[in-house]
Design a protein around this ligand. Structure first.
Ligand code: NDP
Length: 246
């Protein structure tokens, strides 16, 4: 059983989808959970309500992951509110898909800012507060390993970047007893990638399990990785993708 009593977690992007499932899951295991979001005020408030209704502690902070100062302020506020920081989950991400000829540099830069730069900024800030047993989880993607469609080059690049960043930061953090790992989901039914679209059928067709994952399945894996039991795993990119990359 996973026990996160007296732990404090901060999740970048926790108002919807995978991030919201992780927030609720970590709270259910006993952690106090703060999370950021950028636009979904009502969805963020609902996540806080759900966690509090289940007896947990939660805090929603509006902070754009494209803005380094906003990320740092959100982490500082988490520590000011809950007194410490043990777990960071870098989940906020954006998916821009367009044919090569049409892919805008604006989308390219935004992809890198939110999917990569924010992970570095948050990890740097969170590590200032973490002590022995601290945990950082990045939410990468199976697209770091396999990209079976056109138009997704910059997104795949952003998720591949996390593979190297995770390895390198594991070297910085290991001597302090802090682990960092990169979770690579396959298709998960969320607003970003609905399981009922045309695109979904082509993805299901190439997966051994032939179905989308549930946000709860990703959350369960993350809960294990942030638990004390997973203390010997670091620097790893771990797929939870229904066999997408097989
Ligand atoms: P959603 O689009 O459903 O949710 C994204 C979450 O991130 C929301 O809470 C959103 O907040 C937040 N967010 C987005 N941009 C920012 C920003 N600039 N600043 C702060 N918060 C932000 O995505 P998913 O749940 O599907 O994806 C979560 C992660 O998992 C992403 O990194 C994605 O790349 C990755 N992933 C997803 C897969 C899938 O099939 N769904 C597969 C593999 C990886 P708000 O509500 O305010 O917009």
């Amino acid at each position: 059983t996973i026990v996160l009593d007296n732990k404090v977690a901060f999740i970048q992007g926790g108002s919807r989808g995978i991030g919201a499932a992780i927030a609720k899951r970590l709270a259910r295991h006993g952690a106090a959970v703060a999370f950021s979001y950028v636009s979904s005020d009502e969805r963020a408030a609902q996540v806080v309500k759900d966690i509090e209704a289940a007896g947990g502690h939660a805090l929603a902070i509006k902070a754009d992951s494209a803005d380094a100062a906003a990320i740092k302020a959100a982490i500082d506020k988490t520590v000011a509110t809950f007194g410490r920081l043990d777990i960071l989950v870098n989940n906020a991400g954006v998916l821009a898909i367009a044919p090569l000829a049409d892919f805008s540099l604006e989308d390219f830069d935004r992809t890198l800012a939110i999917n990569v730069r924010s992970v570095f900024v948050a990890s740097q800030e969170a590590a200032r507060y973490m002590t022995e047993g601290g945990r950082i989880i990045n939410i990468g993607s199976t697209n770091a390993d396999r990209v079976p469609f056109a138009g997704g080059g910059p997104y795949a690049m952003s998720k591949s970047a996390l593979v190297g960043l995770t390895k390198g930061l594991a070297r910085d953090l290991g001597p302090r007893g802090i682990t960092i790992n990169n979770v690579q989901p396959g298709p998960v039914d969320t607003d970003m990638n609905p399981a009922n679209g045309d695109f979904a059928e082509s993805l299901k067709a190439i997966m051994p399990l032939g179905r989308y994952g549930k946000d709860e399945e990703i959350a369960g894996f993350v809960a294990y990785l942030v638990s004390p039991e997973a203390g010997y795993i670091t620097g790893a990119s771990l797929s939870i993708d229904g066999g997408f990359s097989a």
